[in-house]
Design a protein around this ligand. Structure first.
Ligand code: ZN
Ligand code: FE
Length: 275
């Protein structure tokens, strides 16, 4: 067990609005994200409540009433608390139209918008690969990407192909460099150790690893990260970089092409990598 900072960060939102994002740690390494927006009482949304208990506890401590759940995909560690929360509070439940989500009131597809008073306007990006219907929410400079893009890594392929996940990650990689990446797990140190196996000579990666190690030693979260940092250090956003293609080719024992081919090899490499 490790301690996780109860983190409250302010983020500038479009239309000059402010939203505060707090990590609610759950299970061993999940982060459930609590968004507190504007208004009196403030607009409150919860992203991927895998467990209702720590969510209710945090809401009671802060005197908050949620009105919205934002779900990225159907895995139990992301939806396990949905039914209990819906029994506690009157909630709208937004989630992927292509997956079965309990209590879902607003099924979402690519390009849909979630426009709620007091919160940033989120656009929906379909990011299949980890699961077939996985979606991400982007708005106000924030990205809630569930198990698709992680700090220093990406999700495993459970229901999609490497080509699908590669395409999904490329869409996320095209967002502005200052986008804050709110992924759903604290996997960063292990991800960065693997990244260093792929790209031992990437100076930005070495620096990032030291910073992440320092944060974890102090019991602090490494999430959110910044998209610009991911582009410079995350091997799963770097399959077009010659050093990554070269490492994938060496690992595979045969030549790999930049892009989806390299991505598939690196994803498979990490599946069998034990650090
Ligand atoms: Zn998952
Ligand atoms: Fe998960």
């Amino acid at each position: 067990m490790y301690r996780v900072r109860v983190d409250r960060r302010d983020a500038d939102c479009q239309h000059g609005r402010m939203v505060q994002v707090q990590a609610i740690p759950a299970f061993r390494d999940n982060y459930i994200w609590l968004l507190v927006g504007e208004g009196a009482p403030p607009a409150v949304a919860i992203v991927d409540p895998g467990d209702a208990v720590p969510v209710v506890q945090t809401l009671r401590q802060r005197g908050l009433t949620p009105s919205v759940l934002l779900i990225t995909h159907h895995h139990a560690d992301h939806i396990g608390g949905v039914e209990a929360l819906c029994a506690h509070y009157p909630l709208s439940v937004y989630g992927p139209a292509a997956e079965t989500i309990p209590c879902m009131t607003h099924p979402l597809r690519e390009g849909d918008e979630v426009a709620l008073p007091g919160l940033p306007r989120f656009s929906v990006i379909e990011v299949p690969g980890h699961t077939a219907g996985h979606i991400a929410y982007y708005g106000g400079g924030l990205l809630f990407c569930g198990d698709t893009l992680f700090a220093g890594g990406c999700g495993r392929l459970f229901e999609g192909t490497a080509a699908q996940l590669h395409h999904s990650l490329q869409q996320l990689a095209a967002l502005p460099a200052a986008t804050q990446i709110y992924c759903a797990h604290e996997y960063t140190l292990s991800n960065l150790r693997f990244a260093l196996t792929v790209e031992p000579d990437n100076p930005a990666l070495r620096t990032r690893y030291q910073e992440a190690e320092d944060l974890r030693r102090r019991g602090l979260a490494t999430v959110p990260s910044l998209l610009g940092v991911e582009r410079d250090t995350n091997p799963f956003l770097r399959s077009h970089i010659p050093a990554v293609t070269a490492a994938a080719s060496r690992h595979a024992g045969q030549s790999r092409q930049p892009g989806a081919d390299t991505f598939a090899t690196v994803r498979n490499w990490k599946d069998h990598w034990s650090g």
